[in-house]
Design a protein around this ligand. Structure first.
Ligand code: PLP
Length: 359
């Protein structure tokens, strides 16, 4: 019998355990055939937002809208919030891409770059007063670095005028980010939600939508099929501007509901426990393995980037355990291990044994 593959890749990753059943239910309920201009879809849309709001504790007055991916969020946020100047905290590939999007859209993008794998406190950096948007990546999936959540309310207090956008792709649903301290938070569903790729979620403050309206009033283009103003006006009717990824929205709704029933605090505690197990395995093999992010305070519990020999990834794969490579220049000498809610304690134990035996 073929052994089951364990996907510790940092997205797409291990699927949420009830996914096969949910896909069957979707088929039998006609989810993929029913029009998105029906009461069925409107109810589903409202339910999904409700389940996400409850799970992540998103404030009532925040919008929750759907995009194609997190990558799309970068573009939409720049287009809708920035007339001229954005400021980007960059400590890896994903933050860098957000910054590049601002350049491509011909804004003036200011970069604050930290060496990959080195954590930082955004509040210790002086940000020019004329900055319209501060962009951050809470969990930099390319390096495994994390911004402590307590920084966000402080950043808001320091720069009350600036919009704050945070990439939470590999941080949700685990992160305790207080959404009211930012204007945009966004993620795609193939990481922490254990779903197939192809859906992005964008959480937006009222003032972000108001800002987009103001840019439009000034004659600026804020986008085409997805603009904050039209996303919000459709949202008010439980609708989307285009024919959306209805299956993705359906699955997200069910998974968010199941996670909520299971208990978000339990999910967090288990994530911490699995994190500790991986940490112990790395520590037990000190001569062969070490964390790329040296300072524990800045280490993502959800993405463990481990320095290792060039052969480890292949050896793990031979044992049915898939992990991510290092990013860019670190490709050969690092592995990245995801620790999402779909990763069972049992599978993490298997991974840890393999790390101890194969490295
Ligand atoms: C995976 C990832 C993205 C990109 O997600 P897509 O679904 O490919 O758009 C963006 N930011 C971070 C931090 C990620 O981990």
């Amino acid at each position: 019998m073929k052994q089951k593959t364990l996907y510790f890749t940092p997205g797409p990753s291990e699927l949420w355990p009830t996914l096969p059943k949910l896909m069957e239910a979707a088929l039998s309920e006609g989810v993929m055939s029913l029009s998105h201009r029906t009461k069925f879809f409107e109810d589903l849309f409202a339910e999904t937002r409700g389940n996400l709001r409850a799970l992540l504790k998103v404030p009532e007055n925040y919008h929750i809208v759907f995009l194609g991916s997190a990558t799309e969020s970068w573009e939409r946020i720049i287009e809708n919030l920035v007339l001229s100047k954005s400021f980007h905290f960059v400590s890896g590939e994903f933050g860098k891409r957000f910054y590049n999007f601002s350049n491509l859209l011909k804004r003036t993008a200011v970069i604050n770059e930290t060496a990959p794998g080195v954590g930082f406190f955004p509040t210790k950096v002086d940000i020019p007063k004329d900055i319209e948007l501060i962009a951050l990546t809470l969990s930099e999936t390319s390096t495994g670095a994390w911004i402590p959540e307590s920084e966000f309310p402080k950043l808001r207090a320091l720069y009350p005028e600036a919009m704050i956008a945070v990439d939470v792709v590999s941080a949700v649903p685990y992160t305790r980010l207080s959404y009211e301290s930012v204007d945009c938070a966004f993620f795609s569903v193939q990481k922490g939600f254990g779903l197939p790729a192809g859906l992005g979620v964008l959480i937006l403050s009222e003032r972000a939508v108001a800002r987009a309206k103001e840019l439009e009033r000034r004659g600026r283009a804020t986008g085409t099929y997805h603009r904050f103003t039209s996303l919000a006006s459709h949202e008010a009717l439980n609708q989307t501007p285009e024919t959306p990824n209805v299956l993705g929205i359906y699955l997200l709704s069910k998974v968010a509901c199941e996670m909520g029933r299971y208990g978000i605090d339990k999910i967090r505690a288990e994530t911490d426990k699995k994190s500790a197990l991986i940490g112990e395995a790395v520590n037990a093999k000190k001569e062969a393995l070490s964390y790329f992010v040296k300072d524990k305070e800045f280490r993502a519990p959800t993405v463990h980037t481990i320095e290792c020999g060039v052969e480890l990834k292949g050896k793990l794969a031979k044992n049915g355990i898939l992990v991510g490579s290092g990013y860019g220049e670190f490709k050969e000498r690092q592995i990245r291990v995801a620790n999402f809610p779909s990763h069972s304690l049992e599978s993490v134990t298997t991974l840890c044994e393999a790390l101890r035996n194969l490295s």
